[in-house]
Ligand binder design. Structure first.
Ligand code: ZN
Ligand code: ZN
Length: 370
């Protein structure tokens, strides 16, 4: 073991994270040691804290981050010391059935190694000061001063990209914008609905706008979030407490329904609405999730008429292609990332940040490191 650094460790579910000194393991051949500069708090982290996503403990959470490369292993490629990078949580083997079928998110090795919650080579990269390996969420674990990843997970970005905005690209923004541009492949002039206006939904709204969508309906139960949706490009705001969103979709489209629905709310009502609001032959992309053992019911007729449904975890991400594109869109003023950041906090305030996420009054809290 080499260096000591500070990390937020989850020892038991339903308990606060503990900020404590931990030790880094020596770098493996393809490892990259990244000094974390900014990292976002995402719902998937909260799922581990609350036990609905069951992973081995103790674990360092955090999977949406940007930083600076401080050291690399002898065989690491594509990245150099000093590079500014965004971290990807989808390493892939490049050789398996799913990698060959252009679905790296289903890569055999990625899927097989995920439950162990170590690095992609299955090795622990950090341990508690008094012994005991530390697990890493999603091949990352960015709630600490450092994170060790495989070379393919550290994507170099322009130096003028601010770290807080860059961090969001690593998960929520990639997922939302990617769902619109990579998965749905939204076309100019089309109509779209986005259900759920958290970070992913607000990114999805911007994604359909970047794709040239003309009518963009934003749906959320929270009027503050709808206001944010309008700033991100939504042309019609619907709070289901007062309006029927599927009726709005039909009224805007000559009775057909919208071309594309992007769902990012993760509840049964949202999944049902997505099928009712899309037109015959249209596309539904589900980004949210409920407990994997929960049943979800649909009116059968809403599933008919050549509708296409796809569930996507990472917006069809190809990090080496997409992260630099998203940085460029931000730097050119076409992608609003600052509007997604509701608070900037320190690592010591991480548990308060998760409380805000639980209450639903944060879009994204971002931890900044000195
Ligand atoms: Zn996430
Ligand atoms: Zn593979």
């Amino acid at each position: 073991m080499t260096d000591d650094f500070r990390a937020a460790v989850l020892h038991n579910t339903h308990e606060p994270l503990v900020i404590e000194p931990v030790q880094l393991a020596p770098l493996g051949p393809r490892d990259v040691k990244v000094r974390i500069r900014a990292t976002g708090l995402c719902h998937t982290d909260l799922e581990v804290i609350e036990g609905s996503l069951r992973l081995p403990l103790p674990i360092v959470l955090g999977h949406e981050a940007a930083g600076i490369v401080e050291a690399i292993g002898p065989d690491a490629q594509g990245v150099a010391v000093g590079d500014h990078v965004i971290l990807s949580w989808n390493p892939k083997c490049g050789d398996c059935f799913y990698c060959d079928h252009d679905l790296p998110i289903l890569c055999d090795t990625y899927q097989k190694n995920t439950p162990a919650a170590f690095a992609f080579d299955r090795q622990p990269k950090a341990r508690l000061r008094h012994g005991g390996d530390l697990h890493q969420l999603m091949y990352l674990g960015t709630f600490g001063d450092y994170c060790v990843v495989q070379d393919q997970q550290a994507i170099p970005i322009p130096r003028d990209m601010p770290f807080d905005a860059a961090a969001l690209i690593g998960c929520g923004v990639m997922t939302g914008v990617g769902a619109a541009l990579n998965v749905a492949q939204v076309r100019p002039g089309s109509s779209a609905m986005v259900i759920g206006c958290g970070a992913v939904g607000l990114a999805a709204i911007q994604g359909v706008a970047l794709g040239g969508a003309q009518d963009i309906i934003a749906v959320d139960l929270n009027d503050q979030r709808l206001k944010a949706a309008q700033q991100m490009g939504a042309t019609r705001l619907v709070n289901p407490r007062t309006d029927a969103a599927d009726a709005v979709a039909r009224a805007l489209t000559g009775g057909r329904g919208v071309d594309v629905v992007l769902e990012s709310a993760g509840n049964e009502a949202a999944f049902r609405l997505s099928m009712e609001a899309v037109r015959p032959g249209g596309q539904v992309i589900w980004l949210g999730k409920t407990d994997v053992d929960q049943d979800v019911a649909f009116r059968w007729g809403s599933l008919m008429q050549e509708k296409r449904i796809r569930r996507s975890s990472y917006g069809g991400a190809r990090p080496r292609r997409d992260f630099p594109f998203l940085c460029r869109a931000y730097l050119d003023g076409r992608l609003n990332l600052d509007g997604l950041i509701t608070q900037r906090i320190t690592l010591d305030q991480i548990n308060d940040g998760f409380d805000a996420l639980r209450r639903g009054d944060a879009i994204r809290s971002v931890i900044l490191f000195d």
